[in-house]
Every structure is written in C-alpha cells, then in structure tokens.
Design a protein around this ligand. Structure first.
Ligand SMILES: C[S@@+](CC[C@H](N)C(=O)[O-])C[C@H]1O[C@@H](n2cnc3c(N)ncnc32)[C@H](O)[C@@H]1O
Length: 251
C-alpha cells in the first residue's frame, strides 16, 4: 500500500509541476494501478495542491469508460509492446497489437492518453497540426507521406493543408478505419505496407514525410529497421523536403 501511494505520488508530481497533461497523467495512473475505483479513493489522500488533485479526480470520473477500456487493453497486453528478435517478428507483433487495439477502441488504439474520448483525441491532434503549421512544413503545393497512419486522424485535417497526403500502415484494421475516415477526400489515401521499407513510393516523390507515435514500434523491432527507414525517407524526399518525427522511442 505504501509503495502504491509512493508510486501514485511520483506520477501525480508530473502533473503538479505542469510537465504532463491531465489526460497523460490519468492514463499513467490507470496503467499503474488498473483499479480505477481504488485510484479515485487514493487521489485525495496524495500530497499537493488540492484543486489540482481534484482536477485529476474529476478527469478520471469524467472519462471512466475510457479508463476501463485502458484496463481491458492492459489485461490483454495491448498497452505493452515488447522488444522483438527480428524486424519481421516486430512488424508481425505490431500488426497483431494494432489489429486487436483498433477493434477495441479507435481512439485508444492510436493514443491511450485520449482515454477513449474523440474530444480528447481531437485536442491532441490539433496540437500536432499546430506544430507542423508553426514549423512551416505544410502547404497546398506539398505532397506528404505519413508512416504508420493508424486510423487517419491526422490525415483528415492535413488533407486541407497539403496537395496530397498518403498514409501507410501494417495493420489491416487500421487501414480499414482510415479508409472510412478519409472517404470523400480526393487528395488523401492509405496503402498497406509490409512495414519493412517505403518501396511503393518513388524516389524524390514527397515534400514531407512525418510519423507520429509509430517509430517506438520500429525501434522495438531493431536497429536495422530504423536504419532502413531513415535511408528510405531520404530517398523518397525531394531535395527541399522535410522529415518530422514525433516520438522516436519509449523511455
Ligand atoms: C500508436 S499508432 C499511431 C497512429 C497515427 N500515427 C496516429 O498518431 O494517430 C502506431 C501505428 O503504427 C503502425 N505501425 C507499426 N509498425 C509499423 C511499420 N513498420 N510500418 C508502418 N506502420 C507501422 C501501427 O499499425 C499503428 O497504426
């Protein structure tokens, strides 16, 4: 019990110091305890600004359904990707993991910290789009590729800010979800990939390659896969192209 409280306190400190968002911290707390009711009882007993602790407790209560989804995904090992012995094994694991995750919850499958909420996921998506805009890598004269597009949640808003955007993914479930979301957008498409390379794309065919929360899975699949992807990204980019990577590895 003592260790439990100390563990919760350590996670909560990041929120109290404004180093992590309320959703991120609630996700970490749920991953730590898996008992959302015990967590709700423990939060008021922790040390810190009572108003901030109350905010965490309210966020937990408001997103109870999504938090229970995380617990279900944890029980099936869907929140814990593992190091693979080979690139092929890592890719196969990702395929299975994300096929199962997207069947459970589209929002949670691409971002556990969205707590299963389309609204919370939209806030996180806006943040990524805002960063890409601020870095000057978008434009109606630019063609873009997303590696590991998941359900296509970034491609939908980006299609209005690019000439074209194509997403790749190893998971058939993800591809199906993305196709549904992109329906009617003439400049956005998705393609299944073997996960090993970008062979289906021509050299110097893209102005922007971006990847959000996908490289951690490539890293788990080994250095050779990462190196191949960096070579491939360089190959498909036009000379003035940009590569934007959000989240390289876990930890
Ligand atoms: C956490 S999700 C992120 C999805 C999307 N980028 C987003 O932020 O909404 C990671 C995605 O990467 C995909 N993925 C994993 N390994 C991959 C690989 N080698 N090539 C392409 N996609 C991969 C998974 O199937 C999954 O859809």
């Amino acid at each position: 019990m003592e260790i439990q409280a100390a563990g919760l306190q350590r996670i909560v400190e990041r929120y109290l110091r404004s180093e992590a968002s309320v959703s991120m911290v609630v996700m970490e707390l749920v991953q730590f305890t898996a008992d959302t009711q015990a967590l709700a009882r423990a939060l008021p007993t922790l040390t810190g600004d009572p108003a901030r602790l109350d905010q965490l407790a309210r966020h937990l209560a408001e997103n109870e359904v999504g938090c229970r989804t995380i617990v279900r995904m944890m029980a099936r090992g869907l929140d814990l990707p593992q190091v693979a012995q080979s690139a092929q094994e890592g890719i196969e694991r990702s395929r299975r993991l994300f096929d199962a995750s997207v069947a459970e919850s589209e929002e949670s499958s691409v971002a556990l910290y969205a707590l299963g909420s389309p609204e919370l996921l939209a806030v996180a998506t806006d943040e990524v789009i805002g960063a890409l805009r601020d870095w000057g890598v978008l434009g109606r004269e630019r063609d873009a590729l997303e590696i590991g597009c998941g359900i296509g949640r970034l491609m939908v808003p980006l299609s209005a800010r690019l000439r074209s955007v194509v997403g790749t993914d190893v998971s058939a479930g993800m591809i199906a979800a993305a196709k549904r979301r992109l329906e009617g957008l003439s400049n956005a498409s998705v393609q299944a990939t073997n996960g090993q390379d970008l062979a289906q794309f021509g050299s110097a065919s893209m102005d922007l390659v971006y990847s959000v929360d996908t490289f951690p899975y490539l890293v788990l699949a080994g250095r050779a896969l990462i190196e191949r992807h960096f070579h491939e990204i360089r190959r498909v980019l036009r000379p003035a192209g940009d590569f934007v990577l959000f989240n390289y590895a876990y930890g």
